[in-house]
Design a protein around this ligand. Structure first.
Ligand code: ADE
Length: 419
């Protein structure tokens, strides 16, 4: 068995069953896996992936291995690892994993570097930590690299900054930017799994609660919609006038965060930015407020400021710390401000990750096929592949759709026909 670092190999059989369960909701990825096992399009490629170690990710790794890739996996967040899945990948699928739920920052980076020691031809990131490490301390690896894929909005933003500065050392595929990724995973996935994490951690009733969503991107839109579906009174805080206007027209109340926190029962950040909830907000929060983050990094809530302000901090429930301010008010922080949907729940459901990871698998194939022509730039997957994933998903769901008639095709291609 190749070297790994996981919590407990005895958890493997539980993990194997859960991976199989997830696979039943991942028909598109499963089809790709079957084709990959016949065609072996990734033969000879070493892949280092830094993704949340979940049942869904396990199915992606299995598909890549079926395609001939030699894969290793490390975690893209210290709290999101499902230890039983890590054990199953090692024991039953022969895929080395470096990830332990609750690992500290030092171990997180050691694991990342162990994954990089695999000398990958392709890296897969969720948050751009592998690419960032390669561009910092591990530049020696860049020459072997055919390309990298990036799963999330935050990662794509970091990579664009590298690209704009002319520093990108190899091509990157922004998987996040496929329509079959962000329209679905970011919106429906984050929406449901964030609510799931909050409910599992707190067991609060959302009906009648004032629920503040910070940020009205695809994730924020999904979260606002799902919280409303459970009967919460949803308020949106936004800095972009267009998005704020959209939130208003979607029927949400929009106001500055400083006002919103004074009436909020729950406040969730999904912005991708830093210090969104900070001292000025903690000072005026309602007693008993619950705060959580569903953005990629744990910087959206200024936790050091909250600690400084508090006279007492104690764990009050699994995943929840209670901060008591000098004015006696209590603020409850879920999952240390890390991704609440992955730390306190299981992340997005398999059915939506099916499309995200179909994009990842086809993305790896695309990087290999186009190795010689791709430049040191950020690419998105070709529109035709995106459309194909949508068609396969619809088919798997048993949904049929109409086709254009030849008259309609002609009409759409004409400029002559008017009033
Ligand atoms: N990101 C969000 N949800 C996820 C999941 N279930 N697996 C992997 N990455 C995720």
């Amino acid at each position: 068995m190749k070297k790994s670092d996981i919590q407990d190999i005895r958890l493997a059989s539980k993990g194997k069953n859960r991976i199989e369960w997830a696979n039943r909701s991942m028909p598109v990825l499963d089809q790709i896996r079957k084709r990959f096992s016949k065609e072996k399009p990734l033969r000879g490629l070493r892949v280092s992936a830094c993704l949340h170690v979940t049942t869904e990710t396990a199915n992606l790794m299995i598909a890549l291995k079926a395609g001939g890739a030699d894969c290793v996996l490390c975690a893209s967040n210290p709290l999101s690892t499902q230890d039983d899945v890590a054990a199953a990948l090692v024991k039953h699928f022969g895929i080395p994993v470096f990830a332990v739920k609750g690992e500290n920052k030092k171990t997180y980076y050691r694991h990342l570097n162990q994954a990089l020691n695999h000398k990958p031809h392709i890296t897969m990131d969720d948050g751009a930590d592998l690419v960032s490490e390669i561009h910092g301390k591990r530049k020696d690896l860049a020459d072997h690299i055919v390309g990298s894929t990036e799963e999330t909005t935050t990662g794509v933003i970091r990579l664009r900054s590298l690209e704009e500065k002319g520093l990108l050392l190899f091509p990157v595929l922004a998987v996040n930017d496929s329509k079959t990724k962000h329209f679905f995973d970011n919106r429906y996935g984050t929406g449901q799994s964030t609510v799931d994490g909050i409910i599992r951690a707190t067991n609060i009733l959302l009906a009648g609660a004032v629920f503040v969503v910070c940020g009205y991107g695809w994730c924020g839109r999904g979260l606002a919609q799902k919280a409303r579906g459970l009967g919460a009174h949803v308020v949106v805080a936004e800095i972009d006038p267009l998005k704020a206007l959209e939130a208003v027209m979607d029927g949400f109340q929009v106001m500055p965060l400083k006002k919103a926190v004074q009436i909020a029962d729950v406040i969730v950040t999904v912005t991708g930015n830093t210090s969104v909830i900070r001292e000025e907000h903690f000072r005026v929060m309602k007693d008993g407020a619950i705060i959580a983050n569903s953005g990629h990094f744990n910087v959206e809530i200024d936790i050091p400021a909250l600690k400084r302000l508090s006279k007492r901090v104690r764990p009050i429930r699994d995943f929840i710390e209670e901060f008591e301010l000098p004015n006696g008010r209590k603020i409850h922080l879920i999952a240390e401000g890390r991704l609440v949907n992955l730390a306190a729940a299981e992340g997005h459901p398999a059915s939506v990750m099916d499309m995200s990871f179909a994009n990842q698998a086809l993305g790896a194939e695309f990087l290999k096929q186009n190795n010689l022509t791709l430049e040191k730039k950020i690419y998105t997957l070709p529109e035709a592949l995106d459309q194909n994933i949508a068609s396969l998903k619809l088919k798997a769901m048993g949904v049929q759709i109409d086709r254009l008639t030849s008259e309609q095709v002609k009409y759409l291609a004409s400029w002559e026909l008017g009033t």
